[in-house]
Write a protein that binds this ligand. Sequence first.
Ligand code: NAI
Length: 358
Amino acid sequence: MEFGVSKMANIVFYELEPWEKAHVKSCLAGHKLAFIEGPMDEKNAAQASGADVLGVFIYSKVGAAQLAKMPKLKMIATFSTGFDHIDLAACSKRGIRVANVPSYGSHTVAEHTLALMLALSKKIVQSVERTRQGNFSLEGLRTFDLSDKTLGLIGFGKIGSHVAKTAKALGMHVRVYDPYADANLMELLTCKSVSLEQLLKEADIISLHTPLTPQTKYIINKDTIAKMKRGVILVNTARGGLIDNKALVDAVLSGHIGGAGLDVLEEERAIKEERQLVSSEFSGSFDLRTVVANQILYNKPNVIITPHNAFNSQEALRRIVDTSLENIDGFLGGKMVNVVNGKDLGAGVGKKGGKRKK
Ligand code: NAI
């Protein structure tokens, strides 16, 4: 079968959630579709033996042994950003193209970050808790404005730069520490690039947007906290391991940190990417609850913890599926997008458009 000129492709999906299946079916009508429960493994790979195209998530391990059971396979769409569950070298050897979802929810996470900042500055949680008890007193509910305050962003990638854009609209001054930041974008958004020291010294609110790496682990620790303004607000929607939790607890208890908005916690079970948290294969939610329950921070009124929910908008999850479908559609139409093993495979695969129903 030659792609791009074929009438119908045989597409097999593993580990899709029910709502995803329904959407995939409606978009790929006209192709032969099969949905297999749970992740692909060596045993059930044979069920995809006739597949031209494969759709998987990160719990499916696609190695040489599995590929050998799919002799016609030409393309794999992973419904994830990461692709280390797929043996790229084995795929390239067979001429199988692999495509991922490079980005799906930058502004979704940025909105959550802003929601945490606003909730802290406007004391939304305490106010709502109080009125729910029929108490309409304003005592202790004095808030502060974000306008004219200085926001320090550690990390200015997809999410950090979205946060900057929104913060600017609120009248905030934005300082950025990111040695690899896009200088043009920073200039366009009138943000100022500073050293970490300067950011810690100047910021009224600090928000973290870097990946967790050996360089960024515990970037917020006893020493860096000591360099921050007293009463600073700390927001973390990136990864829990960026903050030394003990140092954070001490600083909240001493008042050096005046408030914290945390969507991620240090002890949280390691996750590769957020869609795992809504996958039926994931069983980490109880861990998280235990972690949260054990935290001294949990009951502090100036600390807001959300359960790693920043990514979880209906639009963001839908975008993961849509991008994966676009990847398949592009492949069938001979114009591949988001290929992660493209360089070693040469040019397109066909001429005519795919059959995806928009
Ligand atoms: P990105 O890769 O677009 O941006 C990361 C930025 O961090 C880059 O500009 C990079 O230059 C910078 N960076 C790397 N090392 C640094 C260092 N040592 N010091 C300062 N800056 C450094 O990533 P994106 O998409 O903006 O994600 C940021 C974080 O948000 C990641 O940790 C990601 O896992 C997390 N995340 C959290 C979600 C949630 O639901 N809470 C959802 C999606 C992402």
